[in-house]
Design a protein around this ligand. Structure first.
Ligand SMILES: [Zn+2]
Length: 231
């Protein structure tokens, strides 16, 4: 009896958690990628605490200007196994910029992320999800695919904890990429409950890379393709 009790107590050893996380195969298990844009926002620390508590991973599409002003959050994101993506330096609409201007937005942001966390982002999400051929060509130069989302939490418009939870759970399906913002306080407040519900429903909270791994994306490709686009 005593031995059995000890075995049970030792079962969820932290050493087991990390490798299991790396090996999530989203073709075999239920996966959702929560993505947080425009940050690191001022509530990023609380969000990181929540993600850590529930052993959940997320993807942060960061703005260079905030990476520069809040580098410690970015360092922590990388250290705790989250994915870092590029979301421009100051959030302009890329479809209104020239190629050199887009290039500069991406490069400056990559540089800040590298400086803060020592890693190079491999994914691009243009501001507002707006891109065109020029954007794709510049993304290709950086070796990055363009990552949009399959569903949005509408958090920036509702700013309501219950509404954010309801909408997020509605769009979170197998291999969903969900758009959220860590500058919306209500999103960060709703996150423990959202994560608990998703995990109870059998979802692994994974990085975008885990979900697009099997898509054979090339640099400059867009995923998911907006509705009406031909593959
Ligand atoms: Zn944005």
């Amino acid at each position: 009896m005593a031995i059995a009790a000890v075995t049970v107590a030792l079962a969820p050893a932290p050493a087991l958690a990390a490798p299991a996380e790396e090996e999530v195969d989203c073709t075999k298990v239920k996966c959702v990628a929560l993505t947080f844009d425009d940050g690191p926002g001022k509530y990023a620390g609380t969000l990181l605490d929540t993600l850590k508590k529930y052993d959940a991973k997320a993807t942060f599409f960061l703005e260079g200007q905030y990476v520069k002003s809040r580098p410690s959050y970015v360092k922590r994101m990388a250290a705790e196994g989250h994915e870092l993506g590029n979301h421009s330096y100051k959030h302009p609409d890329f479809t209104k910029l020239t190629a050199p201007a887009i290039r500069s937005e991406i490069q400056r942001t990559n540089d800040e992320i590298k400086k803060a966390a020592g890693v190079e982002p491999k994914l691009l999400r243009p501001p507002y999800g707006m891109s065109d051929l020029t954007t794709s060509e510049v993304a290709a130069e950086f070796g990055m695919p363009i990552i949009l989302w399959t569903g949005g939490s509408a958090d920036w418009s509702s700013k309501n904890e219950e509404a954010i939870k309801k909408q997020t759970l509605k769009v979170a399906k197998q291999n969903s990429i969900v758009l959220m913002h860590d500058w919306v306080k209500q999103t960060v407040d709703a996150m423990p409950s959202i994560i608990r519900t998703l995990q109870k429903n059998g979802y692994h909270l994974v990085k975008v890379s885990d979900i697009v791994k099997h898509e054979n994306l090339k640099a400059g490709d867009t995923f998911p393709l907006p509705e009406g686009w031909d593959k």
